[in-house]
Design a protein around this ligand. Structure first.
Ligand code: 5GP
Ligand code: MN
Length: 320
């Protein structure tokens, strides 16, 4: 498909031992892409470790091959490490010294702010999801689609496009989906599992988050938050609150929607969404990044202070 994809497929065909890594705060795109690519690498007879230190979000536990995920720090050395959607090396899970464990680093990403830090960099901001790229890589590896690959890539693209609704969905996205659906996948079941099987406590917590909604600048900025105590009270993992920001984003009139998650007393993860404000620039100011309309960052400050700082920065970008 592309020159970069062919080069990476050559490495996969000629080397033997691989590790695939996601970014911190795993999402459906990372996870589905990892499972699909891991399976394809296995199918060409190579060894592959699929590494995710975090718990798998509840809504994704139905994905086939999920049992191959290793949560333990990767031992040993690898011919190549494949990093999925890591804009830079700081996005890797903590404690992984990638240069130490892998001879070659391969960077596959669809974020426009990727830093091209690897030995092989394949970055396509025109892709709706990294899974859309992984589809073409698997083709270049001459691996036939099977049910497991297809449903993992499908779920990855479904979730990263918010159900095919974002502006980065193209005719190519739908062509890839059309190819994936040449395998009988029950798309209605996937949709239900991802969007309609939340646990009662996740919904209760979501209710709290919605009740805490705050607005400023005549409703042009909307935000809410979740504290560690709230997560503990409802026994919910941080990863199971990923969709909350999309729920807040349903609000009328907001140009920027912010969701603050207390990771610890002085570390707040922020998810930003917008319909016009370049939230990637706001996130970048705080050392994060992402896409024009969906971005994230981590602010090293107590919750209240983090809210103040990010809301104030967002205000600067309103109506620009
Ligand atoms: P989310 O809010 O869902 O965690 O992330 C939204 C988008 O921003 C995703 O594309 C994600 O990869 C990106 N993103 C989230 N946090 C960070 C961050 O700290 N740094 C960078 N570079 N991108 C981030
Ligand atoms: Mn993605």
């Amino acid at each position: 498909m592309s020159k970069d994809s062919r080069r990476i497929s050559e490495i996969l065909k000629t080397k033997e031992k691989f590790i695939i890594l996601p970014h911190v705060y795993i999402d459906g795109d990372d996870l589905g892409s990892m499972l699909a690519l891991g399976r394809a690498i296995g199918k060409i007879g190579k060894s592959v470790l699929r590494f995710i230190p975090e718990p798998i979000p509840e809504i994704f536990t139905f994905l086939p091959d999920i049992e191959y995920i290793s949560h333990k720090a990767p031992p040993g050395s690898y011919d190549a490490a494949i990093l999925l959607e890591c804009t830079d090396l700081q996005r890797l899970p903590a404690g992984v010294d990638i240069k130490k464990i892998a001879k070659t680093i391969i960077n596959i990403d669809h974020h426009p702010d990727n830093k091209f830090y690897a030995d092989f960099n394949w970055v396509d901001p025109g892709a709706s999801a990294v899974a859309e790229m992984v589809y073409f890589l698997i083709k270049d590896m001459d691996v036939e689609l099977d049910y497991e690959i297809a449903i993992n890539l499908y779920t990855a693209i479904l979730t990263d496009t918010g159900g095919f609704q974002y502006s980065n969905v193209t005719s190519r996205t739908h062509e890839v989906i059309s190819q994936l659906l040449s395998i009988p996948i029950k798309t209605d079941e996937v949709y239900r599992k991802v969007y309609h099987e939340k646990s009662p406590n996740v919904l209760r917590l979501q209710g709290k988050v919605m009740a805490n909604l705050e607005l400023s600048d005549e409703g042009k900025i909307a935000w809410s938050y979740i504290t560690k105590d709230m997560l503990e009270q409802y026994a919910v993992d941080e990863g199971d609150t990923q969709n909350f920001v999309e729920e807040i984003n349903q609000i009328r009139g907001a140009q920027a929607v912010l969701f603050f998650k207390e990771i610890d007393a002085k570390k707040i993860k922020v998810s930003l969404r917008s319909s016009g404000v370049p939230v990637n620039k706001i996130a970048a100011f705080f050392g994060g990044g992402g896409h024009l309309r969906a971005a994230g960052c981590t602010v090293e400050a107590p919750l209240e202070e983090a809210v103040k700082q990010v809301v104030s920065k967002t205000r600067e970008y309103l109506n620009q």
